[in-house]
Design a protein around this ligand. Structure first.
Ligand code: PLP
Length: 420
């Protein structure tokens, strides 16, 4: 499509957008009485208007029933997490039995590495992307140290080539090949949080398996953003948070995927808790742990119902709209943002540099604004835009197809051009 940097054009695209009305289901921060241009759904998704009533339901049932709410609440708390499973599994392309909502993201990464990072004298290395999200770096480093291996030897970080921002896929595959005799685990982000680069999960998984290693993914920036087929791609495990593209509120409950093929493997070491025990015998309080034969086996604690209620409100919306429609809009919406930035560049000495690869991206575009830096970000906020700032010099913009529209992008362009 030929784009135009005109309000009328943006408005026409909004009118033609089949899922434009979903925007009305969300609450936007305001600036001078107007909705702000919210481009930070990759950091904290907006609140659905329905969230309050989902949480209120549980507060009311708690008030009304006390502990009996575990059985008598409208949505009984005992199996509450089960309400989220089917909808979540569709978003990540998993079987429901492979999906569980529990804990938080970094906790889940650790729990899954307890099972799936099992270094031996021969195989102990982990391959990850350079500049992974800090929490992932700390998780990987501490797992390696926990098993008494040497970080400098055991952790292989694949870097972008000099002068480049994205990591070349061939370099990841080459690293897997190079270390194949000592490789235990490949752990990569599905979408890099900084550059917005999408990695080929299917290819990386196949290469990891061919090298005799396990393939795990952090999908914090992928879940609810890009097309995922975790089951079909034969991914071993994955974890993600629900407060970014999944709009479940700050620090809300996280997700985990464990491929079906691992469910009945009784040799897998794990940290266990009562919620991973067979539901029939859970309350017999037996000494012997009797694991559930699904991803629920990895659960430790009973369900955090209040954060799950917020998650349920959001997943209902995802279920109605469907990932196919979201991704279709996302591609065009993000392309429009790219067009607007390039259009501005043509009048501003190419001062904006997009570091997100066009061919491999979700809805995030990361921009280096040479010579501007943080003051530009601050000025954007003062003018009613909420993008995201990442040290040392990157502005991340994520037009989220569920609630951002083409007019947002047009208006953002106007403000940005004025500020440059
Ligand atoms: C957001 C994010 C996290 C945050 O971890 P929490 O455990 O939810 O605090 C971790 N890793 C990645 C890649 C992220 O994008």
């Amino acid at each position: 499509m030929m784009f135009k940097n005109e309000l009328k054009f943006a408005d026409t695209l909004d009118k033609a957008d089949e899922i434009n009305e979903y925007r009305n289901l969300f609450l936007f921060p305001e600036h001078n009485g107007e909705k702000m241009i919210y481009f930070t759904g990759n950091s904290l998704g907006l609140q659905p208007k329905s969230t309050k009533s989902y949480i209120q339901q549980e507060l009311d049932d708690w008030a009304k029933y006390g502990v009996e709410g575990h059985f008598l609440a409208k949505n009984p708390w005992m199996p509450y997490h089960e309400n989220l499973t089917l909808q979540m599994s569709k978003i990540v392309g998993a079987l429901p039995s492979e999906t569980v909502m529990m804990n938080q993201l970094t906790v889940n990464l650790h729990l899954l590495m307890v099972s799936f990072y099992r270094p031996t004298k021969q195989r102990y290395k982990i391959i990850c992307e350079a500049k992974a999200f800090p929490s992932d770096q700390y998780a990987l480093q501490s797992q390696i140290k926990f098993h008494n291996y040497d970080l400098t030897d055991a952790l292989i970080e694949v870097e972008p080539r000099s002068g480049e921002y994205a990591i070349r896929e061939e370099d990841i595959l080459a690293a897997i090949e190079k270390h194949k005799n000592e490789l235990s685990l490949v752990m990569i982000g599905g979408v890099n949080y900084f550059t917005g680069q999408v990695f080929d999960i299917k290819k990386i998984t196949a290469a990891s398996h061919a090298a005799g290693a396990i393939a795990g993914f952090d999908l914090a920036h992928a879940a609810g953003n890009i097309d995922l087929k975790l089951h079909e791609w034969n991914v071993d495990f994955a974890a993600w948070c629900s407060y970014k593209y999944l709009n479940s509120g700050p620090g809300s409950v996280a997700g985990a995927f464990i491929h079906q093929k691992h469910h009945t493997n009784t040799n897998l070491p794990m940290f266990a808790g009562w919620w991973g025990n067979n539901k029939e015998t859970r309350f017999l309080m037996n000494k012997q742990f009797d694991p559930i034969k699904t991803a629920e086996r990895w659960q430790l604690s009973n369900a955090p119902v209040l954060s799950m209620a917020a998650c349920m409100a959001s997943l209902q919306i995802f279920d109605k709209v469907g990932m196919d429609a979201l991704i279709k809009k996302s591609k065009q919406l993000t392309a429009y943002l790219e067009f607007i930035i390039n259009d501005i560049n043509s009048r501003k000495n190419n001062c904006l540099k997009i570091i997100t690869p066009t061919e491999n991206r979700g809805c995030q575009i990361s921009i280096v604004a040479d010579g501007y830096g943080k003051p530009l970000y601050n000025a954007l906020i003062e003018n009613g835009v909420i993008p995201d700032w990442r040290e040392p010099n990157v502005i991340r913009c994520a037009p989220v197809p569920l609630y951002n529209n083409y007019t947002d992008i047009y208006n953002f362009g106007k403000i940005l051009e004025k500020l440059l």
